[in-house]
Design a protein around this ligand. Sequence first.
Ligand code: C2E
Ligand code: MG
Ligand code: MG
Ligand code: MG
Length: 283
Amino acid sequence: AAEIAMYRAKQDGRNSLRFFSPDMQEHTQRSLDLAVSLKGAQNRGELFLVYQPQRRLSDSQTIGAEVLLRWRHPKWGDVSPAEFIPIAEQTGLIVDIGLWVLEQAARQLHQWDLLGLPKIFIAVNVSTIQFARPGFVEELMKVMSRVGVPTNRIEIEITEAVALKNAEQAGTIIQRLHAAGFAVALDDFGTGYSSLSYLKRYAIDRLKIDQSFVKDLVTNQNDQAIVNAIIHMAHSLQMTTIAEGVETEEQANRLKELGCDEIQGYWFSRPLVSQDFAVHLRG
Ligand code: C2E
Ligand code: MG
Ligand code: MG
Ligand code: MG
């Protein structure tokens, strides 16, 4: 008999039941344990945020930060987002957690403003499940007005998968995000089923060039050609470009030569806890 794991997933404000067959979904005992534990993680204070600086290449200024979720479990230690974000999505927990991330990030911006630090923006990752929910944009706006930070200080990062899975509504939702004042970035660009037609259709502000193209950029002619093409295409469509996963000065220099606008990566900073980010911003 197939072993069936059952969770209660809170979705659309009501409780719904979800069934997972371990062999179908390759759910291990660990992912079941994680799913159960993640539910209480937020209340127990195990979730926290880190901020990774984004640097403009023309003047080396930090102009923004990507906020990244962290989970430190008392017994298991740090659980990677690559492992727990999919679980948060499958259980529906990502909806509440996602709003919490935005609210914390907005409060953090407010605090840095009060300290007189340079006015940056924060990029927030959004999952398909959040994006496709009715009232998604309104919920984000509610959080922003509650905190009292203008929406133009927040960039919403979606992946190509998010855009494609909701192909019909995606354009409308992106339009609504813009009308509300948010910026929109396309994350991990080049790794999905890149359909160039939606770049024209959707009003995207920024392309995030995936780190897989940056890794061997200095030595690999094909990667240089691809990155060059992405940057030119983006610019001719009035979008800016940021390269992810920049780990060396050589990569940064090459990206600057290719006309890339901004970079993010371990070369100049890992994701930082808020206190360290404030120190970074002070310069
Ligand atoms: P992502 O949005 O593409 O985030 C970039 C990832 O690259 C982060 O991994 C970051 O720590 C890592 N990174 C940054 N610079 C470098 C570098 O120079 N070299 C290398 N090798 N890696 C670098 P992280 O924090 O483990 O997050 C993984 C993914 O989890 C994110 O990918 C994003 O898809 C998801 N995620 C993280 N936080 C959230 C969140 O709050 N909400 C949602 N929905 N997803 C999140
Ligand atoms: Mg991202
Ligand atoms: Mg990315
Ligand atoms: Mg990624």
